[in-house]
Ligand binder design. Structure first.
Ligand code: UDP
Ligand code: MG
Length: 328
């Protein structure tokens, strides 16, 4: 048993009232067995159900459950960022409240961490309770991301992972508002390794990610890490102009040899519509980036906290512990 090391669990929660007590029981069983000191930082992301009440009750029973109550729903990525900022542990583990990521895997993550890895991520080999369309689109997305960005986001890997203190310190330095966490986790670098597991269906409640959200999530990921769409529109423009020059030459030659025939309405229409489409699309690509520049340039705080529970009393550490902690 190593009481000098501390784990921080980061649990973003949006309408997870029905999952909390099951989550708490299952996770504490695992954590107690590990024997490290730990804190469970629950971020209430503007839930509309009884998540906050249940968390407060839990905190009264067990002060290792700490609560950050955000002022409204900011989305999972931001909620997680709030948790990462508050985490004090030597190793930090974001985990979903619906227990789709089995906490029983944590000891395995820790083993790899102790062996010297900074990031130990968990890769899903099987996703139960998820439709094949979701699996297929997810697969396609990871493949596409790997093609167009130069960071390597491991496929079929969620946010469930263990990160060392220095990785989280690095993440906390990133000021951007558009936080595609999976990308950022990889982007910071350090020694990373994956282990595999089977993703379980949600314990209760339903997923808050619909296809529209996932689509926007994908756009977020792409625009955060790649200029490929912008490049694509310039290349498309280049190719189309080149082809139109060829077409023009063809028309000139044809007119010289065969004279000018008036008909040409269909080809004209096709060209206009095609270019209209290409231009709108390119504008849209640019717009996605300009919008993000606009958002970042406002320099608003990432989130507001309406309440923080359980953070003031730091549990006492003996002098001996302190020395060990510093020398690590
Ligand atoms: N979540 C959150 N804010 C949101 C949406 C989701 O904090 O706006 C949390 C949610 O409570 C859960 C985790 O993010 O702990 C994953 O959400 P979900 O299970 O809905 O996503 P999925 O597993 O389907 O990707
Ligand atoms: Mg889930």
């Amino acid at each position: 048993m190593n009481i000098t090391l501390k784990l921080s669990l980061i649990v973003p929660m949006y309408n997870e009232g029905s999952n909390i007590s099951y989550f708490y029981n299952r996770i504490t069983k695992v954590l107690e067995n590990i024997g490290y000191r730990y804190e469970i930082i629950c971020i209430n992301d503007g839930s509309k159900d009884d998540t906050m009440q249940r968390l407060t009750e839990l905190n009264k029973k067990d002060n290792r459950v700490k609560i950050i109550n955000l002022s409204r729903n900011f989305g999972k990525e931001i909620a997680m960022s709030a948790g990462l900022k508050a985490a004090k542990g030597d190793a930090i583990i974001p985990i979903d409240a619906d227990l789709q990521d089995p906490p029983e895997l944590i000891p395995e993550l820790i083993d790899k961490w102790l062996a010297g890895y900074d990031v130990v991520y968990a890769t899903r080999t099987k996703r139960e309770g998820e439709t094949w369309t979701k699996k297929a689109t997810a697969k396609l997305f990871y493949k596409f991301m790997r093609k167009i960005t130069n960071i390597d986001i491991p496929a079929d890997t969620g946010d469930f992972r263990l990160m060392s203190r220095r990785v989280v310190d690095a993440l906390n330095q990133l000021p951007e508002h558009h936080r595609f966490m999976k990308g950022l986790f990889s982007w910071v670098g350090f020694k990373q390794i994956g282990i595999s597991y089977q993703r379980e269906p949600r314990h209760a409640g339903k997923s808050s990610f619909n296809y529209w959200k996932l689509w926007n999530f994908a756009i977020e990921g792409i625009t955060s890490f790649s200029f490929a769409p912008l490049k694509m529109s310039s290349y498309l423009g280049l190719i189309v102009s080149f082809l139109s020059v060829l077409y023009m030459l063809f028309l000139i030659v044809r007119t010289i040899f065969f004279g000018n025939e008036v008909p040409g309405y269909p080809s004209l229409m096709v060209a206009i519509l095609f270019f209209g489409g290409v231009q709108l699309m390119s504008l849209g690509f640019i717009g996605e980036y300009v919008g993000r520049i606009y958002n970042e340039s406002k320099r608003r705080p990432l989130y507001f906290v309406s309440e923080q529970i359980g953070f003031d009393e730091e549990e006492p550490i003996s002098n001996k512990d302190k020395i060990v902690r510093i020398s690590r």
